[in-house]
Ligand binder design. Structure first.
Ligand SMILES: Nc1ncnc2c1ncn2[C@@H]1O[C@H](COP(=O)(O)OP(=O)(O)O)[C@@H](O)[C@H]1O
Ligand SMILES: CC(C)(COP(=O)(O)O)[C@@H](O)C(=O)NCCC(=O)O
Ligand SMILES: [K+]
Length: 249
């Protein structure tokens, strides 16, 4: 069995496959190394033959997690590394090593799936977009705060924006102008996200007309699914790229 991990800034996404290309046998989302190891132990994952991971965490945090996995499961862990080119895609950053590895693997995965021009929208802690041309050139992308970050910055840096999660959920049911603080903030952040996403769509149309695919991924992808009905929602897009970056020998 093969353990795959995507370590984002908020959560670690994990899954277990028995062979490359097969549907996952198990998977989950956890928010700490401890929870991950406990979850894997309780799932009875004792015969792991290999493990591959991608992390956008610090080198020290990533090394600590690798050490824990290697000692807990007697498995060697392969980590995705920055690359200038992979699976027909060329990294578009001036310094390729600075491009977030989750973004890189998601856009490589997207290009593998569609073999043509694409835009990848990853809605996690940060919201990112990346553009890949029909011949596999990464044109670059954008990074902005995800909705929880936007909301929490307002809560933290103002004195009178205070409300609880239950009120937030209710406020998000409409996008009419807010008539309370919670509605004004929740709907304002939702509209910022929509505006960003629709701008990406316009940009892609400017490059390629109608000839491109939009991929949506990340924990908050459902927030924009309705305004992007044509998008392909691939929650494991990073894992598609991870398989290319870390082939099993
Ligand atoms: N079951 C879930 N577990 C964790 N986060 C979730 C879940 N469902 C939706 N989310 C949302 O997903 C976001 C995190 O997305 P994710 O892609 O895991 O981020 P990152 O890669 O930055 O860790 C959170 O902001 C949260 O709003
Ligand atoms: C942009 C990101 C913070 C997104 O992280 P995530 O929301 O997936 O946790 C991450 O890809 C990152 O740290 N990138 C390095 C900077 C860059 O891509 O230019
Ligand atoms: K992201």
């Amino acid at each position: 069995m093969i353990l795959e991990l995507d370590c984002g800034n908020s959560f670690i996404k994990w899954r277990v496959i028995d062979r490359p290309g097969r549907a996952p046998l198990l998977g989950g989302v956890v928010d700490s190394d401890d929870e991950l190891v406990a979850g894997l132990r309780s799932a009875g994952l004792l015969q792991l033959v290999s493990c591959r991971l991608v992390s956008v965490r610090s080198d020290a945090e990533t090394a600590a997690l690798v050490g824990r996995l290697e000692s807990a499961f007697a498995v060697s862990v392969q980590c995705a590394m920055p690359m200038q080119e992979l699976a027909g895609v060329r990294n578009g950053y001036g310094d390729y090593s600075r491009l977030g590895l989750d973004r890189w693997l998601a856009l490589v995965g997207a290009y593998q799936l569609c073999g043509g021009a694409c835009v990848v929208l990853d809605l996690g802690t940060a919201v990112t977009s990346d553009f890949v041309s029909p011949d596999g050139l990464h044109l670059g992308g954008f990074i902005c705060p995800g909705v929880p970050l936007m909301r929490n910055q307002l809560r933290t840096h103002t004195r009178r924006i205070r409300y609880d999660d239950a009120a937030a959920q209710e406020a998000a049911l409409s996008l009419d102008p807010g008539s309370s603080t919670v509605e004004a903030v929740e709907r304002g952040c939702a509209l910022m996200l929509r505006g960003f996403v629709l701008t990406q769509l316009e940009m892609a149309r400017g490059y390629w007309g109608a000839d491109f695919t939009i991929y949506l991924t990340g924990g908050d992808a459902p927030l924009v699914r309705e305004i992007l009905p044509q998008a392909c929602h691939v929650s494991d897009l990073v894992f598609v790229g991870l398989a290319a970056a870390c082939p099993l020998s």
